[in-house]
Design a protein around this ligand. Structure first.
Ligand code: GLN
Length: 286
């Protein structure tokens, strides 16, 4: 049955309720209603006098309440854009962050687009990084791994929906998922890098994201240490290792790469001016 509440009134009420809890209350109210109705935000404005039915109103109020409890907007709508690709995300995947585009940009510049090289993305989650590289470089072969079957299902769904086929999605822990004896030109990862006891894990969106995708050991460097220690076994001579890390981990990552005999090490900063990605190169065969 139709309620007496219009689209405009529902958005206004929800924005007021969200206001004390989120930064962009009206935008988020619109995103939630647009997701629920399967209509664009411009539809909501054009048809703002449309009355919601009772069921829609109830569903909308449930979504707003979950948002007030802190559930990330991307988990409520099931979607987040990364590198202009609309990606499905769930509670089993990290929500892709804009700063991770630095890893993609850096990778794209390493080899000519027409070369047939192989890139491996370890711990791919929703597949964001691997899919962005795969769409930009159709001649490259992209391998993407994840230990979590649930995350891998999301990445497979994203690859299928976006009709990206120069990618193989493989289940297993870090390198274990890769085919035996493989060597790749580029290894990259946005691994978990937050220290286990970091209070940020109890705040904001991080509370609702998979802990295994966020935190790694007492200093946040366990996954990074493991990846760096094995990278040379999987890189072609002269191949590159690219890792995203925390803003204060650049020098530690550089030291670990140096200890593992990687060369040409460079720390790159993101748009916010934070050290975010470190790149090193296999010196084998040199
Ligand atoms: N960049 C994320 C954050 O600090 C963490 C992502 C990660 O651990 N890879 O919110």
């Amino acid at each position: 049955m139709d309620s007496s509440i219009t689209v405009a009134q529902a958005i206004g009420t929800a924005a007021n309720q969200l206001h004390p809890h989120v930064d962009a209350a009206r935008l988020e109210a619109e995103l939630l209603l647009s997701h629920l109705l399967g209509k664009s935000r411009s539809w909501l404005i054009t048809w703002s006098d449309t009355r919601l039915d009772d069921q829609q109103l109830q569903h909308f109020s449930d979504l707003v309440n979950k948002r007030i409890q802190g559930v990330p907007i991307a988990q409520l709508t099931g979607e987040r854009e990364f590198w202009s690709l609309p990606l499905r995300v769930t509670a089993d995947t990290l929500i892709p962050r804009p700063e991770t585009e630095l890893l993609v940009e850096t990778c794209l510049d390493l080899y000519p687009a027409e070369n047939s090289i192989t890139v491996a993305d370890l711990g791919t989650g929703s597949g964001a990084i691997a899919l962005a590289i795969a769409t930009e470089r159709p001649a490259w072969c992209i391998l993407a791994t994840d230990k979590s079957h649930q995350a891998l299902d999301v990445a497979i769904h994203n690859a299928e929906t976006l009709q990206i086929d120069n990618i193989q999605l493989l289940q297993g822990d870090w390198f274990d998922a890769l085919p035996a004896n493989i060597r790749v030109e580029v290894l990259l990862s946005n691994p978990p890098y937050i220290p286990m006891n970091d209070p940020h894990l109890q705040q904001g969106d991080l509370r609702f994201e998979p802990r295994t995708a966020l935190a790694s050991g007492d200093d946040g460097l366990d996954a990074i240490r493991l990846i760096i220690s094995k990278a040379s076994d999987y890189l072609e001579p002269g191949g590159y290792l690219l890792l995203e890390h925390g803003y204060n981990q650049g020098s530690a990552v550089r030291r670990l790469m140096h200890q593992s005999a990687l060369g040409e090490i460079n720390i790159l900063t993101d748009l916010a001016g934070h050290e975010r990605v470190t790149i090193g190169r296999s010196t084998a065969g040199k």
